[in-house]
Design a protein around this ligand. Structure first.
Ligand SMILES: Cc1cc2nc3c(=O)[nH]c(=O)nc-3n(C[C@H](O)[C@H](O)[C@H](O)COP(=O)(O)OP(=O)(O)OC[C@H]3O[C@@H](n4cnc5c(N)ncnc54)[C@H](O)[C@@H]3O)c2cc1C
Length: 297
């Protein structure tokens, strides 16, 4: 084993050739050469220093917006799920990157804080939510985010104001090679029971319209300006279309579901088919929202 991998083991657990299919909500993706789960933030900073700069890094939240290729990832996947502290002071909530967004919404409800109810319906972590500027039901991370802390490739921690992140629809600009380790949100004071009711309604709308019973990655494409990706894909006649073990959901055309041991290649082929058909029929470019890696990209 490489010297640096031995050192890494002092900062958390290290697995080799770990299948990424077990760490993505789509259930696809080949092996990660190394899969490292740091014990805490300090361990992550120290680990960044000992991983040689030529080794590729992939930060991982819940893998709910990720399409790794069947060939896997030739580098270190950083599983940040142990960084999961959260605290609330008055209207300010601070969460480490590995806190599930559903936990944030629950804690907001407990404290009567409003603004992030949508997080109850998004199955990712705070780090992934910041990077994607996740949002739904008219709310988005950028509305409440005040600042973040990142760890840079040299192991240094840096604090950034939300205004420095150029956040827009499903987009956040981070300094190159840096990882989000925590985020601070400022919320509005509200009524706990009203917040809970809002969450209940959002959840039930979701389960009526989305194929949540099957492995998926949420919306595959961003909505083009003034239109909906689902409408275009359905109008192109692709709803329910299958390639291998994956299909375009018959319930929601902007979802691809893994309903029969799909490969990443099956999902990618459906993405390319939807893009080319919609472009040909309507002249619209569909931009993937799902983060594609390696050959998928
Ligand atoms: C059923 C379902 C419903 C969904 N609904 C919505 C929705 O309503 N709205 C919405 O916006 N999204 C939705 N999504 C997509 C997804 O949940 C969000 O994009 C979420 O923010 C991704 O978080 P994650 O922790 O899973 O990130 P991952 O999928 O693990 O990672 C996403 C990207 O962020 C990077 N990343 C992750 N953590 C960090 C970090 N700490 N620092 C730096 N980079 C990092 C990864 O490398 C990757 O590029 C849905 C997904 C599913 C499966």
């Amino acid at each position: 084993m490489n010297d640096w991998v031995n050192i890494l083991q002092g900062y958390g657990s290290v697995l080799q050739d770990e299948p990424l299919a077990s760490h993505t909500t789509l259930g696809v993706g080949g092996p990660a050469r190394w899969f490292f789960r740091p014990e805490n933030q300090d361990a992550l900073c120290a680990a960044m220093l000992c991983i040689p700069t030529g080794i590729a890094l992939l930060p991982l939240g819940r893998g709910s917006n990720l399409l790794p290729p069947d060939t896997g990832f030739d580098g270190v996947v950083l599983d940040l799920s142990n960084l999961n502290h959260i605290q609330v002071y008055e209207s300010t909530l601070t969460a480490e990157c590995g806190v599930r967004m559903s936990r944030v919404s629950r804690i907001c409800a407990d404290h009567g804080l409003t603004g992030l109810e949508f997080m109850a319906t998004v199955p990712g972590d705070v780090g992934g939510g910041v990077v994607m500027n996740a949002g739904a039901f008219g709310q988005q991370v950028a509305d409440c985010l005040t600042r973040i802390r990142v760890v840079r490739r040299d192991g240094e921690v840096q604090e950034l104001q939300a205004s420095q992140l150029e956040m827009s629809y499903r987009h956040t600009r981070l300094p190159h090679g840096s990882l989000v380790v925590s985020a601070e949100f400022t919320l509005q004071q509200g009524d706990g029971e009203a917040v809970r009711e809002n969450i209940r309604q959002m959840r039930s709308r979701r389960s009526l319209t989305q194929p949540l019973e099957l492995p998926n990655c949420g919306s595959v494409f961003k909505n083009p300006p003034g239109d909906h990706a689902a409408r275009l894909i359905e109008a192109a006649g692709l709803k329910g279309h299958r390639i291998g073990g994956a299909s375009i959901s018959a319930k929601h055309a902007n979802f691809i579901v893994n309903d029969n041991e799909a490969s990443s290649g099956d999902v990618l082929a459906l993405i390319r088919l939807a893009q080319s058909t919609v472009k040909k029929q309507f002249g619209v470019n569909l931009e993937p929202e799902v983060r594609m890696l390696g050959e998928s990209a």
